[in-house]
Design a protein around this ligand. Structure first.
Ligand code: G3P
Length: 214
């Protein structure tokens, strides 16, 4: 299972979380990665933790102001990027452009979507993975795998119907090892989570709990 921890703009210490991600990754067969704010990517990557960006823009080098350029994110040490997170929505053409920009910079891609229909559309753009996250469950602590298992199974089917090379993650409310196991049982190859680690008093203990049953 892939466990991708999105730190959003939570006021956690990104280095503490990254070191925990790095250390816990070494104890498990699961793959752990962390997506800090753009300005923290370089320092986080220096810890040795697998580091992702939260977003890249559909642009190239040139006259763009206030954007995230895929090449710069990669130069800073990111190996992958989220695209179209629920809190950073893009238009369809821009999702396509962002996936192409990430490919150009050799970044792995996870395109997020709200529901199975959007997952099918996202999978058609050829990312490495898609992530289904019902927005109403984000940050609630109620896991999508429990509150809405059908949305995960339907997302897995929707992606497979378009391109069975695209893996499917799920997210929203995931905070325990049981949630991760349930996601896997529904066909997801990984989870995308934030508050369960970023808001934990002890992020390392939270990560250990997440991977314990894997
Ligand atoms: O990117 C992960 C996310 O949106 C889920 O957030 O806090 O419900 O784990 P959370």
């Amino acid at each position: 299972m892939f466990v991708l921890v999105n730190l959003k703009t939570y006021p956690c210490d990104p280095i503490e979380v990254a070191e925990a991600v790095r250390d816990v990754d070494e104890t498990t067969d699961a793959r752990l990665a962390v997506a800090p704010e753009a300005t923290h990517i370089e320092r986080v990557a220096e810890t040795g933790a697998e580091t992702w960006a939260q977003h890249v823009d559909p642009i190239e080098h040139g006259s763009n102001t206030g954007h995230a350029l895929a090449e710069s994110v990669a130069d800073a040490g990111a190996v992958g990027t989220l695209i179209n997170h629920s809190e950073r929505r893009l238009k369809l053409a821009d999702i396509d452009g962002a996936v192409r920009a990430a490919e150009r910079a050799d970044l792995e891609t996870v395109v997020c979507a709200n529901n199975p229909a959007q997952i099918g559309a996202a999978a058609a753009l050829g990312p490495d993975a898609v992530a289904v996250e019902p927005p109403e469950l984000i940050g609630t602590g109620t896991p999508v795998s429990q509150a809405d298992p059908d949305v995960v199974e339907d997302a897995v089917d929707a992606a497979a119907n378009v391109d069975d090379e695209v893996s499917v993650l799920c997210g929203a409310g995931i905070s325990t090892g049981d949630d991760v196991v349930a996601a896997g049982d529904l066909g997801a190859e990984g989870v995308l989570l934030a508050s369960g680690v970023a808001k934990a008093d002890d992020p390392k203990a939270a990560l250990e709990d997440l991977v314990e049953p894997l």
